[in-house]
Design a binder for this molecule. Structure first.
Ligand code: GLU
Length: 492
């Protein structure tokens, strides 16, 4: 077996994606997952999927399942994690509580951490005082030493202590692979809580312990977590980890909405489930998100998953925020749809057509859909549009859509429709070329109408809508009898 490529410290690369799914994964999460995955695949390392679910009130089984499903749908396969297991499991933090507990006790024993009995009211009052005195807010270290008498009083009041990490004087500097050296002055990193009064671990404890225990070599994650890094490093120190064994950090730039504020529900669609329901292809989402903060090194915008894994390096990730652009995602989605072979296109749209009640999925229906797909492949930007485009071929009881109806009721449209019937009835062969030719003669040449007006009325009469696939091809697919009957109905 070939040996795995090594990173600069001679360790096989191990990258993790560690969401806390409190809802559907969003664009920012997936961009992170994609970069983690691409980096692991690029280096021949391992991609580890860890669920950070210590807060089981907010992270539910349903969201965990959905997160797994989304990663699978996108093609981001993991080497270790839920379902597949691995040598450093379990990979759900809720199943690792004993491990955090043991480390917390060790930190307390070593004097790296201490019990803090301050109540939230006391903390709040001191925070206010800090603000008033213009001091950086944060824990003031009051419980670093507690007198015997105070301790007795806290106990008599049944106060449950939290466990706090002692931050030493000084600063923490680490090399961020995207930002270079980053330094945090500990004056702005107060002693922080590791374990709540009820015994539950906080993110900083669990994430740091797991990254070390799971032998993670590279932490690629969102910029929002940059400021938690000195605290995590403090945990590594208390664990006795040598600096050379710390993971390397790379904080990915924020994803902004069009208004330059951080992308959120407020200024754009963020849920990946939303894109999936609307018929965005997983490969288009990955292609587009890959370009959010990373560039392949040339100006290409069409990147396959294979190319991404070949070309992805952290050095090519930008440090400045990336802007989410829906139009660009749609353009890429349209391109990916056009790249699909017809059989694959059919396979992808069938669930949408069934879901929308357009077809039941019989082989006869699928044969018709397959014939229709080439004429719409050029025209759609997402798969969900197909139902609207093709429903005219399948409706049991045909009606013109209410908003299109007035457009064929006027005198001119009625003249067009009557002339169309006359012309079409002369046709011996019902193919789109012949249909086009007789209608052009009858409507454009003889009635001297503009194509948009002439063919627009026929389009509505035949397909029921002013939005449809190309008209003559549609009429060919629909067949002579149904086409003529629909035009006649529109006349009466
Ligand atoms: N679980 C954290 C979150 O979802 C991310 C942890 C990390 O990447 O360090 O925000």
């Amino acid at each position: 077996m070939p040996s795995k490529p090594m990173n600069s410290e001679n360790k096989a690369v191990r990258v993790r994606f560690a969401p806390s799914p409190t809802g559907d994964l969003h664009v920012g999460n997936i961009r992170t997952a994609l970069f983690d995955w691409a980096y692991a695949r690029h280096t021949g390392g391992a991609f580890i999927f860890r669920i950070e679910d210590t807060d089981r009130e907010r992270v539910t089984d349903e969201y965990i399942k959905a997160a797994q499903d989304t990663l699978k749908w996108l093609g981001l396969d993991w080497d270790e994690g839920p379902e597949v297991g691995g040598p450093y499991g379990p990979y759900l933090q809720s199943q690792r509580m004993r491990i955090y507990d043991d480390w917390a006790s060790k930190f307390l024993e070593q004097g790296d951490a201490y019990h803090c009995y301050c109540s939230s009211e006391e903390l709040e009052a001191r925070r206010e005082a800090q603000k008033a005195a213009n001091i950086a807010p944060g824990y003031d270290g009051k419980c670093r030493s507690v007198s015997e008498s105070d301790l007795a009083r806290y106990k008599s009041e049944n106060r449950l202590p939290v466990l706090r990490m002692r931050m030493p004087e000084g600063s923490t500097t680490f090399k961020d692979l995207i930002r270079g050296d980053v330094t945090f002055d500990h004056n702005f990193v107060p002693d922080f809580v590791l374990v709540r009064g009820d015994g539950s671990p906080l993110y900083t404890l669990a994430v740091a312990v797991d990254d070390i225990m799971m032998r993670i070599t590279h932490v690629l994650r969102g910029e929002d977590l940059l400021s938690s890094t000195p605290r995590q490093i403090r945990v590594y120190q208390a664990m006795g980890v040598a600096e050379s064994d710390y993971p390397a950090f790379a904080h990915l730039p924020f994803v902004m909405g069009q208004d330059n504020a951080k992308l959120s529900k407020r200024n754009g669609e963020v849920s990946i489930a939303w894109y999936r329901e609307r018929g965005f292809l997983p490969e288009a989402i990955c292609n587009y998100l890959a370009l959010l903060g990373w560039a392949p090194g040339d100006d290409r915008e069409n990147v396959t998953m294979k190319e991404l894994t070949e070309l992805f390096t952290v050095e090519r990730v930008h440090s400045s925020p990336a802007r989410f652009d829906m139009k660009k995602l749609e353009a890429i989605n349209g391109d990916k749809i056009r790249e699909l072979k017809i059989d694959e296109f059919l396979e992808r749209v069938t669930p949408f057509l069934i879901n929308d009640g357009i077809i039941s999925g019989s082989s006869g229906e699928l044969a018709i859909v397959k014939m229709a797909l080439p004429i719409i492949q050029e025209r759609i930007v997402n798969l969900a549009e197909v139902s609207q485009m093709l429903k005219f071929l399948f409706v049991a009881k045909f009606e013109v859509e209410a908003d299109s109806l007035p457009k064929i009721m006027d005198e001119q449209s009625q003249v067009v429709l009557r002339a169309s019937i006359q012309a079409l009835e002369t046709l011996s062969s019902w193919d789109h070329g012949s249909i086009h030719s007789v209608l052009r003669t009858a409507l454009i040449e003889e009635l001297a109408l503009k194509p948009r007006i002439a063919f627009g009325a026929v389009r509505i009469a035949v397909t029921g809508s002013h939005i449809s696939p190309p008209l003559f091809e549609s009429m060919e697919l629909l067949g002579r009898d149904r086409s003529l009957a629909r035009i006649k109905k529109a006349i009466s």
